[in-house]
Design a binder for this molecule. Structure first.
Ligand code: ADP
Ligand code: MG
Length: 329
């Protein structure tokens, strides 16, 4: 049974269509990601759901109510943006209490709910600080507390981690996911970062140019991309056209194929002769750029010991897992 149901949604700015027919269904308590390149319409879709921009047509049903005619503040939606958008002249406590003041929640209840929300994001001791006294990650936790405190029916997060450095980003994404699970809060998380989407989501909606091109769990998107865009966007597929594929596999191939870098084995044994062009060490993985039968390929090998490393120019042989070769549209 779906909780948020988007049907035939379209949106234009002036004469430019951003999307023309978005359909999607999200279950209660689900954590879904909208993943796609910059400009594909992710933020616009979130803004339509939140009521921050008007839709051209279609329905957005939340728990059975059509949100489209409702004012944004009536929708019961919490939203967090990449820019924290905190009030600089208010303390953390006042920032978080702001939404409750608008809802005319009584002072004592408000104070208690703000305490709870700040505890959830581990900022209980920061209530009296001002935004300029906080780090970026702390500001974003305040922004999160500010939307949680209103007890939204739906949480929308628009690239909330993109302005933060890598370590903080990883920590905060785990924290968001944990809070989301505890509260059973239906959440749409927007990102252009495939790793973030793969790690976090119950389900990923992959978007390109105003369309949802594929949806599914991380494993489905990673192992069975529906087309060249999906294959190129998630992971590091080797994409070969039909003539390259025919040459490499030494049999007639009539479509494009995609091969994961980790599905290719290199060593002294193998059917196909190849040569190492270059290599780079990515922590626990060694990524080789190799050439085989005139085709350039990326190959990822688990980095077990320095002795396993192949030198640039070295001649090797390779094998490709037959069932890792995917035909793509
Ligand atoms: P994303 O969040 O995926 O990067 P956006 O939803 O922000 O993409 O933008 C989708 C498209 O809509 C882009 O081409 C962008 O230029 C355009 N767009 C976004 N906001 C406006 C606006 N207020 N007026 C006109 N065009 C806009
Ligand atoms: Mg955006």
């Amino acid at each position: 049974m779906s909780y948020l149901s988007i049907r035939g949604l379209h949106k234009s700015y002036g004469t430019t269509s951003i999307f023309s027919d978005i359909d999607c269904e999200i279950g209660k308590g689900e954590f879904v990601t909208l993943l796609g390149p910059s400009g594909c319409g992710k933020s616009t879709l979130l803004r339509c759901i939140a009521g921050l921009t008007e839709v051209g047509g279609g329905q957005i049903l939340l728990d059975g109510d059509d949100l489209v005619p409702q004012a944004p503040q009536k929708r019961g939606i919490g939203m967090v943006f990449q820019s924290y958008a905190l009030f600089p002249n208010m303390t953390v406590q006042q920032n978080v209490a702001f939404g409750l003041r608008m809802q005319k929640v009584a002072k004592e209840e408000s104070a208690e709910r703000v305490r709870e929300a700040l505890a959830m994001v581990e900022l209980g001791d920061f209530a009296a600080r001002y935004p300029h006294q906080l780090s970026g990650g702390q500001c974003q936790r305040v922004a999160l507390a500010r939307s949680l405190v209103t007890r939204p029916r739906l949480l929308l997060l628009d690239e909330p981690l993109s302005a933060l450095d890598a370590r903080i980003r990883k920590h905060l994404r785990e924290q968001i996911r944990q809070i989301q699970r505890e509260l059973g809060l239906t959440t749409i998380f927007v990102t252009h970062d495939q790793e973030e989407a793969l790690v976090l989501s119950d389900r990923i909606f992959l978007m390109n140019a105003g369309q949802i091109v594929q949806s599914g769990d991380a494993e489905t998107l990673y192992t069975a991309p529906v087309d060249v865009f999906a294959a190129g966007f998630i992971g590091n597929y080797n994409l070969l056209d039909a003539s390259q594929a025919s040459r490499l596999l030494d049999r007639p191939v009539s479509s494009r194929i995609a091969i994961r870098p980790e599905a290719i084995q290199i060593g002294s044994q193998g059917k196909i002769e190849a040569q190492i062009r270059s290599h780079s060490l990515l922590g626990n993985v060694i990524r080789y750029r190799i050439e085989a039968r005139g085709v350039e390929l990326l190959v990822d090998v688990l980095n077990r010991s320095a002795d396993d490393m192949h030198a640039n120019g070295q001649r090797i042989a390779l094998n490709i897992d037959a069932n890792a070769i995917r035909e793509v549209a």
